[in-house]
Design a protein around this ligand. Structure first.
Ligand code: NAD
Length: 498
């Protein structure tokens, strides 16, 4: 059995805890590897290596730090097929979708190739008589990232690229469900010229996370995962005096106005609702057609497309989506569909009976479509994280707007309309962090920043974009006066620079 250990100081290091977890192939249900689960002693080895390596890396000039990322981007591109296949084999998403996962992370590595410019400080000449003032952005020291299973390439890169480019060492604690790609990325960073110890991967579960949250040598923590754990990470790390950003779950709505192009809206919902089997934090899980006529047209366009979804293992290059990540995830989605039926939603397409010959033990769920969903039902209240789309009918624009406004989550939202005034009003008023106008999955590009509102994100700085450079650096402001500028005698009143 293949064992996935830790990656510390440029080497694969066996764990000391004696604990492991099974890694599955979700298409077959077979165990494909065992991953080591770190304890405090394992984490300590990684931190000692990071502590030793970081000062020299921070003192390396920013062009040289950037060059590691230029080479890393080349390496990721040249290993794209291998990485995508590995990713699909543990996650279950299609190989094409896995490439998107890798590319969206690699784009952040491309963005931080501009670190010499991004990390520049501020300078004011003559802030007072003979006085200059300047601000520097210095690394926090050792940063840590705790990542979810659903984007095992993208989210680790979102975190480690800006942190490392800014001069930090980084401890990555990937999801224990699909740890192979994060390990491979760390190897490629070393191959790209990163000094050993600057990127260490510590595999594990809650024990490793708790070690990170309480460790005195870690200055900043970035978390992405479910909302209950995001809250816990945010509160615990902040209580321990660390800077922390913690991104949580979602319930993303897409409003379809009567004037929208219904075919385009239905196609958009197919990709956004069922792509990656709905296991995306930016998946659309609630469609809100405005008016019954719009709703009837939308359901009529959607139902045959949902029935025709091609579901298969990653080896099926024609598949639209693959299985869910675990047996537990599959069972949870089945039970939520059961509850939807019990609580009175109309099941238009039922994915519970889906079977694939030769893959009977895979964690597949067929595409599922509900109509007549109301806000008190469990299928509306919970993040399903599966291929289940709920249609909530709204009688007018204001009623449609109210749904995402009142929802506790605020990650993404979209509106499909041909009316600029409606779109503009929607973008201005909605209390959600990422808004799509005729764009169903509005994930911002690397040079903008990614982050939700409300229960989808805790902390004030987003992932990537200039926010990420701010998050992974501390501001130090120097006020300097040289001897020639000092006036005679002491000054006892508050200096005002007047
Ligand atoms: P998860 O919360 O179960 O796990 C995330 C990380 O936390 C993993 O590394 C895991 O090992 C660790 N963890 C799990 N339980 C823990 C505990 N009790 N204490 C400490 N650490 C713990 O999430 P997941 O199932 O891997 O990912 C899916 C979730 O992530 C969904 O809710 C999805 O919406 C969310 N997500 C959010 C974003 C975003 O940007 N907002 C992006 C991707 C995924």
């Amino acid at each position: 059995m293949r064992v996935i250990s830790h990656f510390i100081d440029g080497n694969h290091v066996a764990g000391q805890s004696g604990r492991t977890a099974d890694v599955f192939n979700p298409a077959t249900g077979e165990v494909s590897a065992q991953v080591a689960l770190a304890n405090a002693a394992d984490l300590e080895v990684a931190i000692a290596s990071a502590r030793a390596a970081q000062p020299k890396w921070a003192a390396t000039n920013p062009q040289r730090r950037a060059r590691v990322f230029f080479r890393f981007v080349e390496l990721v591109n040249s290993h794209m097929d291998e990485l995508a296949e590995l990713l699909s084999s543990e996650h279950g998403k299609t190989v094409e979708d896995a490439k998107g996962d890798i590319i969206r992370g690699m784009e952040v590595a491309e963005f931080v190739c501009g670190i010499p410019h991004l990390q520049k400080g501020e300078f004011t000449e003559g802030a007072g008589p003979g006085i200059d003032m300047y601000s520097m952005r210095q690394p926090v020291g050792i940063g840590a990232g705790i990542t979810p299973f659903n984007f095992p390439a993208m989210i680790p890169m979102w975190m480690f690229a800006p942190a490392i480019a800014a001069g930090n060492a980084f401890i990555l604690k990937p999801s224990e469900r699909d740890p192979s790609v994060p390990m491979r990325l760390a190897e490629l960073m070393i191959e790209a010229g990163l000094p050993a110890g600057i990127l260490n991967v510590v595999n594990g579960d809650k024990e490793a996370v708790d070690g990170i949250l309480g460790h005195d040598d870690i200055g900043g923590i970035s978390f992405v995962g479910s909302t209950p754990i995001a809250r816990y990470v945010y509160a615990t790390a902040a209580a321990n005096g660390k800077r922390v950003q913690a991104f949580g779950g979602a319930k993303n709505h897409m409003i379809v106005m009567p004037d929208a192009d219904m075919d385009k809206a239905a196609d958009a919902l197919m990709g956004a609702g069922y792509g990656s089997a709905g296991e995306r934090c930016m998946a659309v899980s609630v469609a809100v057609p405005v008016g019954d006529e719009t709703a009837d047209r939308l359901i009529a366009a959607l139902a045959p497309k949902v029935e025709a979804l091609r579901i298969g293992p990653a080896t099926d290059r024609q598949a639209d989506m693959g299985p869910l990540i675990t047996k537990a995830a599959q069972e949870r989605v089945f039970s939520l569909i059961d509850k939807g039926v019990e609580q009175g939603a109309k099941l238009v397409v039922d994915g519970r009976g889906f079977k694939l010959q030769g893959y009977e033990n895979g964690y597949f769920v067929g595409g599922t479509l509900f109509d007549g969903v109301t806000t008190d039902m469990d299928i509306y209240r919970e993040e399903i994280f599966g291929p289940v789309l709920s249609v909530v009918r709204a009688q007018d624009y204001e009623a449609a707007l109210e749904l995402p406004m009142k929802n506790p989550y605020g990650n993404g939202v979209a509106i499909f309309t041909r009316d600029g005034n409606t779109a503009r009003d929607f973008a201005a008023r909605i209390n959600v962090g990422m808004v799509g106008i005729n764009v169903p999955v509005p994930v911002p590009l690397a040079y903008h920043s990614f982050g939700g509102w409300k229960a989808s994100a805790f902390g004030d700085l987003n992932q990537h974009g200039t926010d990420s450079i701010k998050f992974w650096t501390r501001t130090k402001t120097v006020t300097s006066r040289w001897p020639g500028g000092i006036k005679d005698g002491a000054q006892f009143s508050m200096p005002t620079m007047a």
